[in-house]
Design a protein around this ligand. Structure first.
Ligand SMILES: Nc1ncnc2c1ncn2[C@@H]1O[C@H](COP(=O)(O)OP(=O)(O)OP(=O)(O)O)[C@@H](O)[C@H]1O
Ligand SMILES: [Mg+2]
Length: 253
């Protein structure tokens, strides 16, 4: 009798544009799900600008390989991970062309993940050919789209929704990041990027709204220090956990 190959599902985190918080969300929901007992791994698909090694405090760990299969790198947060950042020296530019990028990502995904049941795939910014071929080839079971709250979010979200539709990847829902800034000095709340744009966009596009993460300097400083908020009970933890739970509920539906 042959052992059945474990069914490992991939959830992709994407966005219409860069810098909206895909990597921050990916790291925090992976940790949140691991805290819930899910066997979850993290793949940084941003081949040119990997950020997960820093976020997950695994920047100076090099990935090894056994029998031509990569071994995921452990992190302090119970989430094994793989990123190009663990293959090349930090700060060195990667100048690969399309087919090599596809091959490299394939190796990260087809690594020796053991009993990992869920892979969170942190996609690079944009909705171009690279992203399309990545998701077409590796077939995530679902996708989460991150957006900032301004009205323009609708346009970006639509582009991201299109990308996943083209690859027939179902949408789990939309997350609004950088909503409502609380001034660290006076405590007053302001909305530098507007408020509710992503939720309105989700409603008008008929996509589930998964939650809202506040704009908080402490989220950035904790992330930069390699201690994602969820790992240390920092700001935004509750929101990240709720979004993680909603993704888990979708997977178990
Ligand atoms: N809610 C937040 N509050 C404060 N800072 C945040 C928040 N979310 C993300 N950031 C910060 O914004 C920057 C961009 O976030 P991140 O790298 O997660 O975005 P990204 O969408 O993955 O970017 P890229 O498109 O370059 O991959 C980071 O410095 C991060 O710490
Ligand atoms: Mg990123």
């Amino acid at each position: 009798m042959t052992a059945e190959k474990p069914v490992r599902r991939i959830v992709a985190i994407g966005s219409g544009k860069g810098g909206v918080g895909k990597s921050t969300l990916s790291a925090n929901i992976a940790i949140a799900l691991a805290q819930r007992g899910v066997k979850v791994g993290l793949v940084d698909a941003d081949i040119y600008g990997p950020s997960q090694p820093l976020l997950m405090r695994a920047a100076d760990v090099r990935a090894t390989a056994t029998d031509k299969k990569l071994n995921p790198v452990p992190t302090p947060y119970g989430v094994p991970m793989l990123s190009m950042g663990q293959m090349v020296d930090q700060g060195r530019a990667i100048a690969w062309r399309g087919p090599m990028v596809g091959g490299a990502l394939g190796q990260l995904i087809d690594a020796d993940w053991g009993d990992t049941e869920l892979l969170i795939l942190d996609l690079p910014p944009g909705t171009g050919d690279v992203q399309l071929s990545m998701i077409s080839k590796h077939k995530p079971v679902g996708a989460v789209i991150v957006s900032t709250p301004q009205d323009l979010a609708l346009i970006d979200a639509t582009r991201a929704i299109d990308l996943f539709a083209q690859a027939s990847v179902p949408l789990i829902g939309l997350v609004e990041n950088m909503a409502g800034y609380i001034c660290p000095h006076c405590g007053e709340r302001s909305d530098p990027f507007g408020h509710g744009g992503a939720e309105t966009a989700a409603a008008s596009l008929g996509v589930p709204f998964l939650g809202r993460i506040p704009l908080d300097i402490a989220i950035r400083t904790a992330s930069d220090a390699g201690t994602p908020p969820v790992a240390i009970g920092g700001p935004g933890s509750a929101a990240f956990r709720m979004i993680g739970d909603r993704i888990a509920a979708w997977l178990n539906r």
